[in-house]
Design a protein around this ligand. Structure first.
Ligand code: BES
Ligand code: MN
Ligand code: ZN
Length: 524
């Protein structure tokens, strides 16, 4: 569906030519400039059929004096894009199974539409009309909805149009992330993710995609990443995406996405119940690909790098065992006490690799810990950063895009449990505060630049009857990047001391040691 040029203004709302009219009113102001609609709303309220309370709605068939043959009255809590979106979602549910090809959305006097409302509308419609069918050809065909009109009495039709365009680009990025997540693990392998990245590179001239194979990863010394692949027959892939929208001299933002295409837990195997959902363990990678797709369409003046370490975490006679020690690319040795804490093992090498881009900032996105789901549920993604300016920019981008994050602590003391007698660091601490321990583990590989970590274990997909990818946090990331592009000289820039900063425990000797294969158990 193309949402880009669907702003109507001028005609009385009751005379809008559409198959359905969704009218969003607020609790405080229920009138429109249209007496016909005002009378219908007034009568419905008087009859007790409708109330101006958030979440209330009323479907009216062939409303008298209204050109559209269906009318849905909707009450929003207030005029915010969030409340507007919630009301629209409700309205879409009413017309979902009807023969509505063209829906018009209008607001009462209480809601002055902005670009953010327009964007919310597009995302709500895209979400409501998304159907997964890649491995389910029998899935219901998409409904007849083809056209959307946002009726605006505002003078700022241009702003609203821009909001629709932004919504469209975002919706495509979100849809890609959802679709990749929903693909089963036997289809969406590391090789599949790599070919999707290459496809983006072919489709968008501002995107370049490159894929590093095992020999290159061994040469780089990514012993930690490779240790996770030991039990899998699928070859690991390290995907590098580049988007160049600004002068080469501008330091890039780097996104690092966890790309575990299936997480069985490895030898520290997970319980069977719900294990299928570990196909979503590439949600971080999906959000990076989705964000690149949105950005390629929006073309902001920034430089962007995407890094995706991708592999499976499986069990076999060759799989990594608890107690095995590996040397990471940073030179730090890691004792793998629990093979199920694999996300941090693949991310740490990607974070070290990120140093070479002299980034303005690095943000990693990962379905990292069950503990984050316990802490925050499914509402907010967990945000960890020692950098207040970066954290604030990300929190704000989340608010603005209705793809929110909540800041969590990152005190070094949370890493006390990561001590090991046999390596520089262990890959797990205790159970308590597990999301923070994981973030502290990652922080030990990010000393050379400004860094934030998003734990999306609770936000990347939904379980139960509505099981499916959410496409989060493509909205947050895209908004953040657009904000950075707009900030000009106030944008997040590399720390001045960054050039001199040494990586964490900078074990020069280990770093220069000849590359060893991940299959060698004697690395430490
Ligand atoms: N991919 C999981 C995290 C996860 C679990 C996300 C459940 C969403 C729902 C991750 O690799 C993992 O297994 N983490 C362990 C860490 C533990 C062993 C320290 C966890 O959360 O149990
Ligand atoms: Mn795991
Ligand atoms: Zn995992």
């Amino acid at each position: 569906m193309d949402y880009r040029s669907t702003v109507a203004h001028g005609p009385a709302l009751s005379q809008l030519n559409a198959d359905a009219l969704l009218l969003v009113l607020t609790e405080s102001q229920a009138t429109t400039a249209d007496p016909v609609l005002d009378q219908i709303a007034k009568d419905a309220i008087a009859a007790g059929d409708f109330a101006l309370k958030a979440g209330k709605s009323l479907y009216v068939h062939r409303p008298a004096g209204v050109k559209a043959s269906r009318l849905v009255l909707l009450a929003a809590a207030d005029a915010t894009p969030k409340a507007f979106k919630a009301a629209v979602v409700k309205g879409l549910a009413h017309i979902k199974d009807l023969g509505v090809a063209h829906a018009a959305i209008a607001t009462g006097a209480g809601i002055a539409l902005t670009a953010d409302h327009a964007q919310s509308l597009v995302l709500a419609v895209a979400d409501a009309t998304y159907v997964y069918r890649h491995t389910k050809p029998s899935a219901p065909k998409p409904g007849p909805l083809k056209k959307l009109t946002l009726a605006s009495v505002e003078a700022d039709a241009a702003g609203i149009k821009a909001g629709l365009g932004l919504g469209q680009a975002l919706a495509e990025g979100v849809a890609l992330a959802k679709e990749l997540g929903n693909h089963p693990g036997n289809v969406c392998t590391p090789s599949f993710l790599a070919s999707e990245a290459k496809r983006l590179g072919r489709e968008f001239k501002h995107i370049k995609a490159e894929v590093l194979e095992r020999p290159a990863l061994e040469k780089l010394g990514m012993g930690s990443f490779l240790s996770v692949t030991n039990g899998s027959v699928q070859p690991p892939k390290f995907i590098i995406l580049r988007y160049n929208g600004a002068a080469a001299s501008l330091a890039p933002l780097v996104l690092v996405g966890k790309g575990i295409t299936f997480d069985s837990g490895g030898v520290s195997i997970k319980p069977s119940a719900g294990m299928d959902e570990m196909k979503y363990d590439m949600g971080g990678a999906a959000s990076v690909l989705g964000t690149f797709r949105a950005i390629a369409e929006l073309k902001p003046k920034v430089n962007l790098v995407g890094l995706i370490p991708s592999c499976e975490n499986m069990v076999s006679g060759a799989a990594t065992k608890p107690g095995d020690v590996f040397t990471s690319m940073s030179g730090q040795t890691i004792e793998v006490l629990n093979t199920d804490a694999e996300g941090r093992l693949i991310l740490c090498d990607a974070l070290t690799y990120a140093e070479r881009f002299k980034p303005a900032a690095v943000i990693d996105i990962a379905t990292l810990t069950g503990a984050c789901v316990v802490a925050l549920g499914h509402q907010h993604s967990g945000l960890f950063s020692a950098d207040d300016a970066l954290a604030d920019a990300l929190l704000q981008a989340g608010q603005r895009s209705q793809d929110t994050a909540w800041r969590m602590p990152l005190d070094e003391e949370y890493g006390d449990g990561l001590k090991s007698n046999f390596a520089d660091i262990a890959n797990v601490g205790g159970r308590e505060g597990g999301a923070i321990t994981a973030a502290v583990f990652l922080s030990k590989f990010t000393k050379a630049y400004r860094w934030a970590h998003l734990d999306i274990a609770g936000s990347a997909w939904k379980s139960g009857a509505a099981k499916g990818g959410t496409g989060r946090p493509v909205g947050l990331l895209t908004r953040f990047i657009l904000d950075q592009a707009a900030a000009g000289k106030d944008a997040i820039a590399p720390r001045p001391e960054a050039a001199k900063a040494k990586p964490a425990a900078g074990k020069k000797v280990a770093r220069k040691a000849p590359a060893k294969t991940a299959r060698s158990a004697s690395q430490a």
